[in-house]
Design a binder for this molecule. Structure first.
Ligand SMILES: Cc1cc2nc3c(=O)[nH]c(=O)nc-3n(C[C@H](O)[C@H](O)[C@H](O)COP(=O)(O)O)c2cc1C
Length: 213
């Protein structure tokens, strides 16, 4: 974006204006609601950063499937690269970038597994094709050819017939429980607004700090 491009500011001064918000989950909800209506492409998409056993960072996109005061939930294959990295090092960072709103939210925290009951309930809402895909895909393992995957999907489809597809035992969710949440909003001339919330532990209160852009 050019520094001189005119920007619509009115939205900041309403629900999402963080000068008035002292609770980051409430602020996240306000921004997320605006993203759902104002961001045409995947408003639930977020970058998920993890750390490998060798200390090497890794990052990929996932979809936010739930947010509560406990944290931010996404689903995946537990044997995938991210699943293995989180098992070895249960801390992660998330970044939402709502381009159309010119906003970013960054989150860092510890990661815990969702309960089997939560994962079952979410899996049951997925389209049948995605449920079958979860059985057929050994996510992140080497795949000999596209045809081999299509065969695996066909085999699973035949095996399931018309019956309910249960959740694969190695497919589940993670919740990132934040200790840091940062809200960033584009301002003209790169004089952006940044506010960081930090807490020592999930049962402690948040401290809010404005940061230089
Ligand atoms: C917009 C977008 C959303 C995605 N959502 C998910 C998701 O919710 N869960 C998931 O396992 N992979 C998702 N993926 C695929 C991942 O980015 C990644 O390719 C895959 O999970 C394997 O990552 P890993 O090898 O690091 O485990 C998504 C990709 C994109 C581009």
């Amino acid at each position: 974006m050019s520094d001189t491009m005119p920007i619509e500011h009115s939205k900041w001064l309403t629900t999402g204006d963080f000068t008035e918000a002292d609770e980051p989950f409430r602020l996240f909800s306000a921004w997320f609601e605006e993203a759902v209506t104002g961001e045409p492409s995947d408003p639930t998409a977020m970058a998920l950063a993890t750390v490998g056993v060798d200390g090497m960072p890794n990052v990929r996109m996932v979809l936010l499937k739930g947010v509560d005061h406990g944290g931010f939930v996404f689903y995946t294959n537990l044997d995938s690269q991210k699943g293995r990295e989180l098992a070895g090092h249960p801390q992660a960072a998330l970044s939402f970038h709502w381009k159309s709103l010119r906003r970013q939210v960054r989150i860092r925290g510890v990661v815990e597994r969702v309960t089997d009951a939560e994962a079952d309930a979410y899996f049951a809402t997925r389209p049948r094709g995605a449920q079958i895909g979860a059985w057929a895909s050994k996510q992140s393992a080497p795949l000999e050819s596209r045809l081999a995957f299509e065969k695996a999907v066909a085999v699973e489809t035949a095996k399931r017939g018309l019956g309910t597809v249960p959740r694969p035992p190695r497919w589940s969710g993670f919740r990132v429980v934040p200790s840091v949440m940062e809200f960033w909003h584009d301002r003209p001339f790169r004089l952006h607004d940044r506010v960081e919330f930090r807490r020592a532990a999930p049962d402690q209160s948040w401290a809010k700090t404005r940061l230089y852009p």
